[in-house]
Design a protein around this ligand. Structure first.
Ligand code: NDP
Length: 324
């Protein structure tokens, strides 16, 4: 019997690479899109090389903001399931590049949904949503919490969420959104604060006068382990009773605590190395964001297991090994 086939839009990023690895382990045939192919002569994606799977997946060049190209891709490969992970994924950058952010999220979502409606696509579609749709969460956010996004990125993810819901209800497409809270791995790009903290803390260990310049350390987030989150994407996408779900750990941790743990693990006193810089403060910054994992556990028996201390240990270890 032929292998099942998955198509991943935005497969070069952290989640795309980890999802590719997970699917390959289950013997899936993996097709992935990346804009990088246009410029990369070797046709190699760094995250896939790190995971040792660059030769095992089929990378295709596709402008996913163009519906004809998406249509051709689906008609050609006939995937059993599709994961749309593509996005300009930095909240900070979405203030600088709002048009690119909206295009990369909203245009791709509507194109994919419309193409699937037109061709009567019968497979399953997973869309990567974001906790940023909620804005501040005083209590754990569940899927019904009122959405109050405060960034162009959050607004784009809210529109994508609403479109997916509409196409599921109106056109019976088998599509769902996973509303994702922060999740980390060594593949997370350096533009994100967690990677910056670890890189800078290692510099502080080498140079005792080095300082980590950072913005508001009193914000709190819900940080999970990306490798297990991509398992959650698949569980959501393959269930019969399709529902939007929150994927999170349910724990709220201040950035200050994250920093303390990193420095402690490196035998450093964080207070000696921190410079809180108002330049990095963001107007409308979300003070606290954490989710309610209950529905995902009750409906699909999926739960995040890796604790933040372990996540931090793994991130430090990877960085130390890559510096050897
Ligand atoms: P990454 O930034 O690591 O990867 C994003 C992917 O999107 C890349 O493969 C990139 O592909 C593609 N992409 C980037 N910019 C554009 C653009 N302008 N147009 C089209 N494609 C683009 O993100 P993650 O893997 O961390 O996240 C996956 C998804 O989950 C994203 O949608 C993100 O918004 C969402 N999410 C992630 C969270 C996290 O903590 N990681 C939290 C909440 C939501 P290429 O450049 O190769 O074309």
């Amino acid at each position: 019997m032929a292998n099942k086939r998955s198509l991943i839009l935005g497969c070069s990023g952290q989640d795309g690479a980890l999802l590719s690895l997970s699917l390959l382990k289950q013997n899936y045939d993996v097709i992935g899109t990346s804009r990088k192919l246009k410029t990369n002569k070797l046709q190699k994606i760094t995250n896939h090389s790190i995971l040792g799977i660059d030769k095992d997946i089929r990378l295709v060049n596709c402008d996913i903001t163009n519906s004809d190209e998406i249509s051709n891709l689906i008609e050609k490969y006939k995937p059993n399931e599709i994961y749309n992970l593509a996005a300009q994924s930095s909240v900070g950058k979405s203030y600088e590049y709002p048009q690119e952010t909206i295009k990369s999220i909203v245009d791709v979502t509507i194109n994919l949904l419309e193409v699937c409606r037109e061709i009567n696509y019968n497979g399953n579609l997973f869309f990567a949503g974001s906790s940023e749709v909620f804005g501040n969460t005083k209590r754990k956010a569940n899927i019904n919490k009122k959405q109050r996004p405060v960034s162009p990125y959050g607004i784009a993810k809210q529109t994508s969420f609403n479109l997916v819901k509409l196409y599921r209800n109106l056109h019976n497409l088998k599509c769902v959104t996973g509303v994702l809270f922060n999740h980390e791995s060594p593949l997370r790009s350096e533009k994100f604060v967690t990677q910056k903290i670890i890189t800078e803390a290692l510099l502080c260990r080498k140079n005792k006068s080095h300082k980590l310049r950072i913005g508001n350390i009193n914000i709190a987030r819900d940080w999970g382990w990306a490798e297990e989150f991509v398992e959650g994407f698949q569980v959501m996408n393959r269930t019969k009773n399709l529902k939007d779900q929150i994927i999170c750990t349910g724990k709220s941790t201040k950035l200050k605590t994250f920093i303390k743990i990193v420095f402690k693990k490196l035998n450093l006193n964080w207070r000696n190395h921190i410079f809180v810089d108002s330049e990095f403060f963001r107007k409308d910054e979300i003070k606290q964001s954490y989710g309610d994992p209950k529905q995902m556990k009750n409906d699909l028996d999926w739960k995040a297991k890796v604790e933040l201390e372990t996540i931090i240990e793994r991130l430090i270890e990877f960085k130390l090994n890559s510096q050897k």
